[in-house]
Write a protein that binds this ligand. Sequence first.
Ligand code: NAD
Length: 260
Amino acid sequence: MLLDGRVALVTGAGSGIGREIALALARDGARVGVGDIDVAAAEDTVSAMDGAPGSGMALNMDVTSESQVDAGVAQLDEAWGGLDVLVSNAGIQHIAPIVDLDYAVWQRVMKIHLDGAFLTSRACMRVMRRRARGGAIILMGSVHSKVASPLKAPYVAAKHGLLGLARVIAREGAADGIRANVICPGFVRTPLVDRQIPEQAAELGISEEEVISTVMLKDTVNGEFTTLDDVARTAVFLAAFPTAALTGQSLVVSNGWVME
Ligand code: NAD
């Protein structure tokens, strides 16, 4: 097991990619704090760990709440004696052209992705420094950390911003053995993506099938969605990687949609 004895926090782990990563970390032996604004969903993820070598703890954590983030991280540190891995994953999407975009929506998307990544990273870095055994910080970017699509201005801006944050964490964290990297998935079938298929179809005036084939998967090498398992394996790899040879990087996991 790659992560035996490690303690991890995954945010937005009640659904989709975060849930799959939390389960994968537990399968590899980690004790996992399952943070989500939807506590029932977080508890369900913990139940799904039944039988895994690791274990889980559901945390009521809105990543935009400084007090909830700090309290959740302190709870993990007290219960399990430290914190070794953060996967800052909670996120939302909103489909609209800039000219129709409410300022409040812009702020909400930026807040969950960027403020959430900052607050969780800060809280975890403080514990990692105090415990002096290093750590891995993984921010959930996107292909939209690298390229732009119409109708997703705050999402694309926030996902680009995460690259900068990870690079600063990599530089500041190095002295304490803290590594920071970004995973950049292509489209993965989760509730976040399923919701936007009809929304994009309506905005673009095309069918849902066309959204999938001409918008979402057009530039992949094989016309296939990236899977939950693809992303979870990447997270385990980055969490377990032993040295600072891999820090400040972003890894695109997109079936070739973006090659760099
Ligand atoms: P999802 O909607 O399935 O899950 C998101 C989870 O985050 C939900 O459980 C939700 O309750 C939680 N959440 C929302 N706001 C929160 C908050 N303020 N605090 C804590 N939890 C909150 O979405 P997903 O597709 O699994 O996306 C997860 C991450 O992966 C996001 O950052 C997203 O941008 C990124 N991503 C997704 C895709 C994709 O194709 N699905 C591609 C690239 C990147």
